[in-house]
Write a protein that binds this ligand. Structure first.
Ligand SMILES: Nc1ncnc2c1ncn2[C@@H]1O[C@H](COP(=O)(O)OP(=O)(O)OP(=O)(O)O)[C@@H](O)[C@H]1O
Ligand SMILES: [Mg+2]
Length: 342
């Protein structure tokens, strides 16, 4: 097991800066999630760590050693790709054994390692099948077993769950996380799904245009976003962002915008909220509308617990007294950076 550390990694392709100076410290055994929109440089950054791509500048350290010029295989890092990349004509056994076959590993040793990895992932009964005879979740476990068979010191996962349906994704999320905790393996997991990031990461690095916007625990990222990008990328519906008189930005989460009477705390800011539309989602009601006296690029959303809000009390087209506790308000300057209130 080993820590992974990058210092100001840059990667340019012709005139495209795919990675724009990423410095990231992933301590030994941490589950780090890289979260960011499509094209922000996540895959490129992972490929640099495992050595499939050479950085334009910057240093990469694994287990405290600079490995800039160490070839991929000698880095001890395994990467699992988005598409899994299983060989269709190979059995599960041979797929898992593949990384060992290309090295000088004895037959006995290969057999042992394949058994170890397949038992670890609960796929030892599938060893003689071929990938097309497996479910999506089973394929994922085979790909994971193949990544682990060389006993890597760090594991890189590039959107490993994106091919699974919603239900399977939830259970696969648990499986990867449980497994990672069991073996205490330093893991960098890439996703553009913020629910996955929140649920899995010890910490999350939010990336945009090849730069890290913020690194923090899921709570820190959600409660105290460093800027407007993070504030609106994490959370569904996203944080409401409003302005008044062109000054700074005011942000508040949908679940904090509530009918005035539901807020006991006196230190609250009141808003006159015109409801345009409402969606009942079982455990919550999402209400869309506008706030009087403020500007916003998006409809304002409020997330209400339906048990406390009678359906006919929030009528579309009408103005209602809503409020946000002052402790739940977030302030951003005109460049979008978070600032403490002054
Ligand atoms: N080999 C390449 N040559 C030129 N440009 C590239 C190459 N690989 C990636 N890029 C560009 O670098 C940027 C980052 O790509 P990358 O694949 O790292 O994004 P990503 O965050 O993984 O996106 P996604 O979520 O869609 O997988 C993109 O603008 C992409 O077009
Ligand atoms: Mg990618």
């Amino acid at each position: 097991m080993a820590a992974v550390l990058t210092r100001n990694i840059v990667k340019t392709f012709a005139d495209v800066a795919a990675v724009n100076g990423i410095s990231l410290n992933v301590p030994d055994g941490e589950f780090m999630v890289l979260l960011g929109p499509s094209g922000c440089g996540k895959t490129t950054f992972l490929r640099i760590i495992c050595g499939l791509e050479q950085q334009t500048s910057g240093d990469l350290l694994i287990g405290g050693n600079v490995v800039n010029d160490i070839p991929p295989r000698a880095r001890g890092v395994a990467m699992m790709f988005q598409s899994y990349g299983l060989y269709p004509h190979y059995t599960v056994r041979n797929n898992i054994a593949f990384p060992l076959r290309t090295q000088r590993v004895s037959r006995d040793e290969i057999k042992k390692k394949v058994e170890w990895a397949s038992q670890l992932l609960g796929i030892d009964h599938l060893l003689d099948r071929r990938p097309r005879q497996l479910s999506g979740g089973e394929r994922q476990r085979v790909a994971l077993a193949r990544a682990l068979v060389r006993e890597p010191t760090a594991l890189l996962l590039d959107e490993p769950l994106s091919n699974l349906d919603a239900k399977l994704r939830t259970s696969a999320r648990q499986e990867i996380k449980n497994f990672q905790q069991r073996v205490h393996l330093t893991t960098i997991h890439v996703t553009h799904d913020q629910v996955e990031a929140m649920g899995m990461g010890d910490r999350i690095a939010v990336i945009d245009h090849g730069r890290v916007r913020q690194v923090g625990t899921p709570t820190e990222i959600y409660q105290n976003p460093a800027d407007l990008f993070v504030a609106t990328f994490v959370g569904a519906p996203p944080m409401n962002i409003v302005t008044r008189n062109g000054g700074g930005y005011l942000g508040f989460r949908p679940e904090n915008l509530l009918p005035r009477r539901m807020i006991e705390d006196d230190a609250a800011t009141e808003f006159s909220f015109r409801v345009d539309r409402s969606e009942y989602l079982g455990s919550e009601r999402i209400v869309y509308g506008v706030i009087d006296g403020y500007e916003s690029k998006q409809p304002i959303t409020a997330k209400l617990p339906p048990a406390h809000v009678a359906e006919d009390s929030i009528r579309p087209g009408e103005w209602h007294e809503f409020a946000v506790k002052n402790s739940a308000l977030r302030h951003f300057d005109s460049s979008g950076r978070h600032r403490t209130r002054n």
